[in-house]
Structure formats: C-alpha cells, structure tokens
Design a protein around this ligand. Structure first.
Ligand SMILES: [Zn+2]
Length: 580
C-alpha cells in the first residue's frame, strides 16, 4: 500500500519534527538545534540533535538519524506506512492511497527472496553438471574452489546465453527484473543480467538469498572482471557483507571479524580454518557495515590492501573505533599475494598474518618510515614531518604521543620535540564532548558542505567541485549541487558515505562566514594545484600561474577577496578541465 507522494510532501511540510520528537524526548534549544538524551541508546550527556529547518534528527553517540517518518518508525517500531498514518492523524491531514493492500511489501520481499533462491539453485546445478560449465569447473579446480567448496558456498555458472535463466527458471518477468536477475533489452526482450560468469551467491546475515557477484573466466573479452547485482528492494550493498551468514558463529566465538576484498578471499579464509571472514560487495567499507559487525565482535581485522584506503579512510576508521568501540587492525600479506592465493600456497602464512595484525595507525606509520632514507638532517626532518602528519590524524592525544616517541627513536630527533607536535595536532572530528553538547568537526570541507545545506543562497556561488580534496566531501558536494541544495534530493542520489556526511552536515553547528570560508577552501585548492606543477615550460601556463599566485595574495584582504575569489575559481575550473 503506497501513499500518494504529494500527500507525503504536504505532511512533511506541515509537521514540526521538534514537536513530534518532544512527545517522546525532552528537548532543549541550543543554538539552532534542539538537543536531548538519545532515545535509541543509553546516555547521560545529550548527543541527540534535532534541526527544524532541515527536518532531520541525528545522534552523535549511536549514529541514529533520519527524518520525522523514520523517527516514528524507529521509536514506535512500526513500518513506514503506519508511521505516516499516525502523523497524518496528529496534524489532521487526510491521506490518499495508490492501489494495493496491507502487508504487500513483506509478501513481495518473500517472493523476491524465493525467486533469488531458485536462481541460486539453478546456477549451482548448472555448474555441477552442465557440459558447458566444464571450463568453469576446471578454473575453480585450479583455484581450489571445486567440489565441497563449490557446494558449501553454492557457487554457480551463468551460461554464455542471452536468456537461459529467464526462460527456464519459471519466474515471472516482473520478479526477474525486480531481483536484478534479468532486464528488458533494447529489442524489448527479457535478457539475463549475468552471462558467462562464475556466480557467487550473496545472502543476508539471516541466510536470505538476495544477490550475486559474478566473475568472468580468465581469457574472457569482458572488461569487467567482477559484476555485482545492482541494488534492489531486497539488496542494499552498504548493509550487506558477503559471508556473514556462514561466519557469524565463529565471529561471535572469537570476538573477531576479518574483512576482505573479494569473494574468493572469504572462501580462502574459511578453507584455511578461519571461518570468520566477510567481504564488502564491490564497495568501500561503510559505517553501516561497521555497525553490523559490531553486533557480533569488537575486533575488526582488515585483510585487504589498506594502503589503497588512504588518509580519508584512516580518519573514518579512527572515528568508528571510538564511536562504535571497535579495534581496527591490519593484516599484512607478502607482496603480490592475496588471501585467496595464500590459503592454497601457504595457509600458515595466512593465519600468521591475522595473528600479527597491527593497529591501523601503526600500519600507516610503518609505511612512511619504510619509505625513505635518513642520510642527511634534511631527510630526517622531512621523514619526521611526514610521519607526524600521519600520527596527527589520530584523534586521541595519548595515542599520538606514544607514536611520536616511536617516530623520534626511528629518525633520531629529540622525543620531546615530536611529542609537542603530537600534543598540538589531531584533526577535530565528530565526537561527543564530555561536558556539554556536541563538538563538531571544524574540517573546512565539512563546514562548506554544512553551509551549503543550511545557507545555500549565500554560499552556492562560491563553491565548485575542484575545491574538495576529501573524496567523501567532494561526493557530498556533487550530490547537493545536483539537487540544487535540497537535502532529500541529495540523499537519494548520494552514495552511503556521502549520505552519512550529509546527515551530519544537516544538523551541524558551525561558526563561519560564507565568503571567508569559501576563500579558505579556494586558497587551499589553488595551493594544491600549484604544488602539482613540476616542469612547466608553456609560457601561457606560467603566466596564468603567476596571475593565480597574485590573486592568492589579494584573497587575504577583505577589499579584494571577492574579486580574487572569482578569478581563482575560474582558474581552478580551467585547470581541472585540462586535466580531464
Ligand atoms: Zn543515540
């Protein structure tokens, strides 16, 4: 049963989210937010924020967030339609419905999961017995994934055919499309989504069949090595971990979960006796994933190339460590080996890598310390600087000081000097302040996103994509810009990480003047861009760069800032166009 969209919007515009929440939680006005004790987790200092203008709430303790409908759903444990109906009664709005009956969503879900389960069986049978799957079976045998392994993980084979599944499964076209198993092609015919691929079925933690990951065979001309089911009503990537259904028991028993990159890595760990491995399904690790894992274990071991994750990820890991009380560490593997390979060639090394996992900061620091030489005082100073910038990403001053000691020993500089650097460092990030309300990230790019959300007209003209160096902030900006600053539109298009940032930004308190804030971002982006220059010989480029440097100075004076900002925005846009 669906409610007419227009009525939903009317209701959303009519209800006061603060009024509704006040009926459950005592709220106090602080700045532009209403603040109270979170009803969704136990706490003694308030970290639950409600913002009337954006119509959203967010708890900085447990991460609960949403709009007024979500709040009623969560607090009263009702489904969406019931929540909407309750609110409509409260404010006296008469709802209109599109056709359909009660419980339809639930029935539909059951139907889709059933169809998906049949597809699991169909592809599996195909792999085990069909002549056209011989090459796939040979491939899996070489990688140690045949026989019992194939049966335990219900591996499958999608034949090299347009519509073998669609025509043989005995499931209606609409269900095939809604599960993502098939789609309507240009000729108007139903076509299988997976073709000539080894199939890895994906279950929810409770064992519901929801999606597939499909891998090509070696030598295939298909450029996409892996292809995953698209998101559907039964499958959300940010809330799904491949293998969790099999790994749950061991994760709980050992209080540890191993997170890998791919399906074959998960299977490799299981084969080596470490039955607590899971993988994200073609996405980065999200806070939603961490929240899921946290329900089963407090120790998270990353078993993928953590170098690739970089600084932005590091800051999120530290934030999650504190917020969700998990310990994140990194397993190191011999260069060029992934867990899947190792589980066959050297399972002992695989187990040792997990046993010897190091804290995330220690891992990143070691990378820096191993990267250079220390022959001259200049090299030592540079190394110390690089190492301390990694150390200072960590929010805890005590942790920073401990690692500063390690850096000092390694580079041979006085411990006290580096400890002093550590004491001052540390990037502000979202945390619950011990005494009063919420202290928020003062990270300039986050503030820009928040400003954009809350004061679109004042600031939109001064922000462009090239100003954002942090990838998540950049994606949040892109989603907001595409939605003309409308939060709900942006939330619909944003990826999970960007969505998470937008949710925080919608209730953020900041103390910043739009133009000044924009100027800071512009200056930083221009410096980054100039810093990229190595050997420039083109006189036009040199002239433009000199101009940019001059404008950079003008940016600092209030009289000339506005004009300089326009000039530099133009320069930055031309630069990023040239790069593409
Ligand atoms: Zn909470």
């Amino acid at each position: 049963m669906a409610i007419v969209e227009e009525d939903l919007e009317r209701l959303r515009a009519t209800v006061s989210i603060a009024d509704i929440i006040q009926q459950y939680v005592a709220l106090k006005r602080v700045g532009r937010n209403w603040i109270g004790l979170c009803p969704f987790h136990g706490e003694r200092t308030p970290s639950f924020n409600v913002r009337e203008e954006t119509g959203r709430y967010r708890c900085f303790g447990c991460g609960a967030s949403g709009d007024v409908f979500k709040f009623v759903q969560e607090i009263d444990h009702v489904d969406f339609v019931t929540a909407v109906e309750q609110l409509a009664v409260k404010v006296g709005i008469q709802l209109r419905y599109t056709t359909g009956g009660e419980g339809r969503d639930r029935q539909r879900r059951k139907q889709l999961v059933e169809a998906m389960g049949r597809a699991f069986d169909w592809y599996h049978e195909r792999l085990l017995s069909s002549p056209d799957a011989r090459e796939a079976r040979d491939y899996l045998r070489r990688r140690g994934l045949a026989g019992d392994v194939a049966r335990s993980f219900k591996l499958g084979w999608a034949p090299d055919d347009w519509d073998a599944l669609s025509s043989e499964l005995g499931v209606g076209a609409e269900v095939l499309r809604e599960t993502g198993l098939a789609f309507t092609n240009k000729a108007g015919r139903l076509q299988d989504s997976f073709r000539a691929r080894v199939m890895f079925p994906i279950y929810t933690e409770n064992g519901d069949a929801v999606a597939f990951g499909g891998r090509i065979l070696p030598g295939s001309s298909d450029p996409a090595k892996y292809k995953n089911s698209s998101e559907t009503t039964i499958y959300a990537k940010s809330k799904t971990l491949y293998g969790l259904n099999w790994a749950k028991a061991d994760i709980v028993a050992t209080d540890q979960v191993i997170v890998c990159e791919g399906y074959t890595d998960v299977i490799g760990f299981h084969r080596a006796g470490l039955r607590r491995a899971v993988a994200t399904c073609g996405t980065a690790l999200t806070e939603e994933h961490v929240r899921m894992m946290k329900r089963f274990a407090s120790k998270v071991v990353l078993a993928f190339d953590a170098d690739k994750a970089g600084q932005g990820a590091a800051e999120r890991f530290y934030e999650w460590e504190e917020k969700h009380k998990v310990q994140v560490s990194v397993a190191r593997f011999p260069t060029g080996k992934d867990p899947g390979d190792l589980s066959i060639s050297d399972p002992d090394a695989l187990r040792a890598a997990v046993d010897d996992a190091v804290p995330f900061l220690g891992f990143r620091l070691q990378r820096v310390l191993d990267s250079g030489t220390l022959r001259s005082p200049e090299e030592k100073a540079r190394m110390a600087q690089q190492a301390m910038s990694v150390v200072n990403e960590h929010p805890s001053v005590d942790v920073r000081k401990l690692y500063a000691g390690q850096v000092a020993t390694k580079v041979g500089l006085p411990v006290n000097d580096l400890v002093a650097v550590a004491a001052k460092g540390g990037r502000a990030y979202v945390r619950v302040a011990p005494t009063r309300q919420v202290g928020l990230s003062e990270n300039a790019e986050f503030v820009a996103v928040a400003m954009l959300l809350q004061q679109w007209n004042d600031v939109a003209a001064w922000l462009i994509e090239a100003l954002f160096a942090d990838d998540v902030a950049r994606r949040a900006f892109v989603a907001l810009a595409a939605g003309n600053g409308v939060l709900n539109t942006a939330l619909d298009t944003a990826d999970p990480e960007a969505r998470e940032m937008l949710e925080r930004a919608a209730v953020a308190d900041f103390d910043a003047e739009p133009l000044a804030e924009a100027c800071n971002l512009i200056a930083a982006a221009v410096r980054r861009e100039l810093g990229r220059r190595v050997h420039v010989t083109d006189p036009d480029v040199i002239r433009a760069d000199t101009e940019a440097r001059r404008s950079l100075e003008l940016l600092e004076s209030p009289d000339t800032a506005q004009e300089a900002a326009s000039v530099l925005l133009g320069w930055l846009e031309r630069r990023s166009e040239e790069r593409e």
